[in-house]
Design a protein around this ligand. Structure first.
Ligand SMILES: [Fe+2]
Length: 241
């Protein structure tokens, strides 16, 4: 497993300097403006819950590695509820009609958010537990960078004490690795030689999709904050017409 973990580490270090991550860490920008990205992440956060529940976990795990995958999936499948809670705290609920919200979620402007979810689901199909652990490690590595930067932004938000998804307590539940497993156990996982090339392709695919998704989020967040009228709701309503 070590060679593929090295690839993940290299991609993680590069992602750490992504313009969206730097935007989240920029203390010169008000926290409300930084966290205004939340709606643009919605499709992926909810798809990610499905991904954990329906694609990573197996009802009857046959190996200790699949049990590791299940432990992780059972925990991470529940976090979207904190995200919904935070969308309410951050004030997005009164902003748009249901049909506007649907058009917003499936608009061309959010295609990279959807592509990210579709990619990880497709990547997981017909894989065994060691490959699923690689996918989890890649997702947790990028997720840790993004959540750490988000929590930094949330610390300056006036409603910081009400936030759950965008909070230190969420970050504390995520280790940056498969949740509920010892890092040594992950490192000791043997990835069959014939799967190594595919694993590397999947890791690059996850990071490539993450970077495109984050560039999309940054673009939408900045153009919403530059718009004089409606912000997120403005895009939603325009998309619906
Ligand atoms: Fe999570």
């Amino acid at each position: 497993m070590q060679p593929i973990l090295d690839v993940i580490q290299r991609r993680r270090s590069a992602f750490d300097q992504h313009p969206f991550i730097r935007f989240l860490r920029d203390e010169g920008i008000p926290a409300q403006q930084r966290l205004a990205y939340a709606p643009y992440a919605s499709h992926f956060v909810l798809t990610f819950a499905d991904f954990n529940r329906e694609f990573l976990r197996e009802d009857e795990p046959e190996t200790s590695r699949q049990e590791m995958v299940n432990r992780h999936a059972d925990e991470d499948a529940t976090h979207y509820a904190w995200f919904l809670h935070d969308l309410d705290v951050l004030g997005f609920n009164p902003q748009c009609r249901f049909t506007d919200a649907l058009a917003f979620l499936w608009s061309d402007l959010g295609k990279h958010a959807r592509a990210m979810g579709h990619f990880v689901i497709a990547a997981t199909r017909d894989t065994s537990a060691p490959m699923r652990l690689v996918i989890i490690e890649a997702l947790e590595a990028q997720g840790n960078v993004w959540l750490t930067a988000t929590v930094q932004a949330a610390r300056s938000h006036p409603d910081r004490d009400k936030l759950r998804y965008f909070s230190q307590s969420h970050l504390d539940r995520e280790t940056g690795h498969a949740i509920g497993s010892d890092v040594d156990e992950i490192h000791a996982t043997v990835l069959p030689t014939e799967l190594r090339a595919r694993a590397e392709t999947l890791v690059h695919g996850i990071f490539d999709h993450t970077e495109a998704f984050c560039a999309e989020i940054l673009r939408r967040t900045q153009s919403a904050s530059a718009s004089t009228m409606f912000g997120f709701a403005g895009e939603a309503a325009r998309t619906a017409r």
